[in-house]
Design a protein around this ligand. Sequence first.
Ligand SMILES: [Zn+2]
Length: 196
Amino acid sequence: MMEQTTMLLNKTSCDSIMETPPLAMLKHQHCPMCNQKSLTLSEADVEVPYFGTLLIFGMNCENCKYHKSDVEAAEQKEACKWSLEVSSKEDLNCRVVRSSEGLIKIPYVGSIEPGPVSEGFITTVEGVLNRIKDQVESLKESAEDDEDKTKAKNLLKKLQKVFWGEEKITLTIEDPSGNSAIISDKAKREVMKQKK
Ligand SMILES: [Zn+2]
């Protein structure tokens, strides 16, 4: 069970702003998937600049291998939209906190959608771009016509230029729970109207 959680925490510990937090664990909990008392809950909190305390949760079932991780702000947050113009290599190193309700969008490139199976994570802008790059690569592999293959190839070229700091893109995250954030002086935050 430690594997997934350790992976999640390693992503946060490679930067001095987020040291590896202590992990609290609760074993033999009820698993929502297989109904056995084989679920381990783990929780850790980290201080995130401009954001506050962030709780990281993990659920791992030894029996059915169910896994889920998510992040949540310790304080109640407003629904918000974050945006960052990514124009340099420094911007690629900015931290991104994404809760399972966060919708990540990069216009003309791709998106990471929220949903019941989506996971919360902490990564960098580069980490987000790598996830999207993986999506585009699998699209390229599965594309049946040449037009789609060419589109995917062009997107990969565009992403490569962003990695080299030669092309600008805008990264946005919309999160009705307010638990997502882009940690940068340059990032803009707008409060979104709550849906009724
Ligand atoms: Zn289970």
